[in-house]
Write a protein that binds this ligand. Structure first.
Ligand code: SF4
Ligand code: SF4
Length: 491
């Protein structure tokens, strides 16, 4: 049952009050269906209150009161609201709960996966209940904005340079007046790739040592095509066939905004397209750490608990096979009688095929990770233009959350004569949060979160800033007016 069919069936049932079909029995309270069964029976408000209960309630954990004090807006505000409610004996109002949710950028830095997923579910439930604002819809649709912006870049950039026009546009889109609007490239990466025939597989495969299907994502695809081009050049230089498969936005900006329905449609399309490439022998590689974090970590949520995986793994009638410990291939078994009631594939993405989610999550690699694996066999050919340029490298949150080490830093520091230092601890975020950093309400907070990082960069004025996250790049360019490069461009 595909997502769209299930969603449509669900909507029909809601409207016509018909009996739930077999595939929904035992899973849903159809009357309360918000379009996806995992929110059944729980309102947006109840979902946020669940986070309060788990993280700040009387028997709550409370670890993030200190742990997330500086680099996250969500937790400090959650504890403030909680303490205020306790002191006044008045519950937190819905408006405050909604604002609280808007403050989570899904940077991924907080420790508990289940809490992050409840936050995402609550964001989606609020949109289901109240609808999405036009500005939220436009800003979170990075692919549409990027596609139009690059298609009509001459006109759009010229208009954006005119202060009265950009002021009206910012107001209409709820963009903060001080946020710089993006200068769109003359040609998107996707158009460039199409002109070079990269959107169809090559006929003569024998001349290549391996093949890569490259997921550029919206940021390299539409906003910074030079990064996508650098990725292609490095792969081709290493005799690797590059194929740009049909692709949509990974879904992260939509998920962060709460537009779950649109996100799931795009994710479904990407899963089909990328797994088709896997079947045809391609390695799947992406250069955007947010896309990588999404595919590897978020999309995998609960997929191993699904009946389909349990059956495929041969776990049998008495035990469940479940992930255990670090790394991808570590599993343990637990008694089925007890755990099957708790461990279920009932999460944000459970309407999507769990086996496909697992397969894609395990197959996709970050470009740095992929190149480092080639270098491990001493085969990587790189031609850095100016390896001795002093560089300062920042590993973004979503790269660290992938738990792949720091491949780009390791690659860059091994250039002969390389002069590179690294900054950013495991808890330092630039604060941009993708499209959220543009929003009027979020922009000042976004700058506040990134402040310690900006100061560190300013103390290293002579070094070129290198980071693999293009959202961080937008933030650094906004605050420091300094050039920022993706490691692939340096290579
Ligand atoms: S996110 Fe996890 S560690 Fe942090 S307070 Fe909540 S339950 Fe505790
Ligand atoms: S994902 Fe990031 S912004 Fe959201 S609650 Fe966790 S640390 Fe805070």
């Amino acid at each position: 049952m595909e997502y769209n069919d299930l969603y449509n069936a669900c909507q029909q049932i809601k409207q016509k009050d018909v009996k739930a079909p077999w595939f929904m029995l035992g899973k849903t309270d159809v009357k309360n269906c918000n379009g996806c069964h995992q929110n059944m029976g729980m309102s947006a408000k109840d979902l946020v209150l669940k986070v309060f209960e788990k993280c700040a309630g009387k028997a709550g954990c409370d670890v993030c009161r200190l742990h997330m004090e500086d680099d996250c807006l969500f937790f400090p505000e959650l504890y403030r609201l909680n303490d205020q409610a306790e002191a006044s004996s008045r519950p937190v109002c819905t408006k405050d709960l909604r604002q609280l949710l808007n403050s989570c950028t899904m940077c991924g830095l907080c420790p508990c996966q289940d809490i992050k997923m409840i936050i995402l579910q609550a964001k989606a439930a609020f949109i289901d209940e109240d609808g999405i604002s036009l500005s939220g819809r436009i800003l979170s649709d990075v692919a549409a904005v990027g596609c139009l912006g690059s298609e009509f870049s001459r006109v759009v950039n010229r208009l954006n340079r005119l202060t009265p026009v950009s002021s009206i546009l910012k107001k209409a889109l709820n963009v903060h007046p001080e946020r710089h609007l993006h200068v769109f490239p003359k040609e998107s990466f996707f158009l460039w790739a199409k002109k070079r025939g990269l959107n169809s597989p090559k006929d003569n495969k024998s001349q290549f040592s391996s093949k890569v299907a490259y997921f550029a994502g919206c940021s390299a695809g539409y906003l910074f095509p030079e990064v996508g081009k650098a990725a292609v050049r490095i792969l081709e230089q290493n005799n690797i066939e590059v194929f740009i498969p049909p692709q949509e936005c990974c879904g992260m900006p939509l998920i962060v905004e709460g537009d779950k329905k649109t996100a799931l449609k795009k994710i479904q399309g990407n899963m089909e397209s990328l797994l088709r490439s896997v079947k045809n022998g391609y390695d799947i590689v992406c250069s955007c750490p947010t896309c990588g974090y999404f595919f590897k970590k978020l999309l995998l949520e609960n997929a191993y608990y699904s009946d389909a995986f349990q059956e495929e793994s041969g776990a049998g009638n008495n035990v469940m096979k479940v992930p255990f410990g670090p790394g991808k291939n570590n599993f343990t078994t637990v008694p089925k009688g007890i755990y099957q009631k708790i461990l279920k594939d009932e999460g944000y993405f459970s309407l999507l095929d769990p086996l496909k989610r697992i397969e894609l999550s395990n197959k996709i690699k970050d470009m740095g990770e992929y190149l480092l694996s080639i270098q491990a066999n001493s085969k990587l050919i790189l031609n850095p233009a100016r390896p001795d340029t002093p560089m300062i490298y920042y590993a973004p949150c979503h790269q660290m959350e992938q738990e792949i080490g720091q491949p780009y830093y390791n690659l860059l520091k091994f250039f002969p004569g390389s002069d590179i230092i690294q900054i950013g601890g495991s808890m330092q975020c630039c604060g941009m949060g993708g499209h959220l950093g543009y929003k009027t309400s979020f922009h000042p907070h976004s700058l506040r979160i990134g402040q310690s990082l900006f100061k560190r960069f300013l103390s290293e004025k002579d070094r070129t800033i290198i980071t693999d996250c293009l959202s961080c790049r937008i933030q650094f360019q906004q605050t420091m007016s300094r050039k920022v490069f993706h490691p692939l461009e340096v290579m």
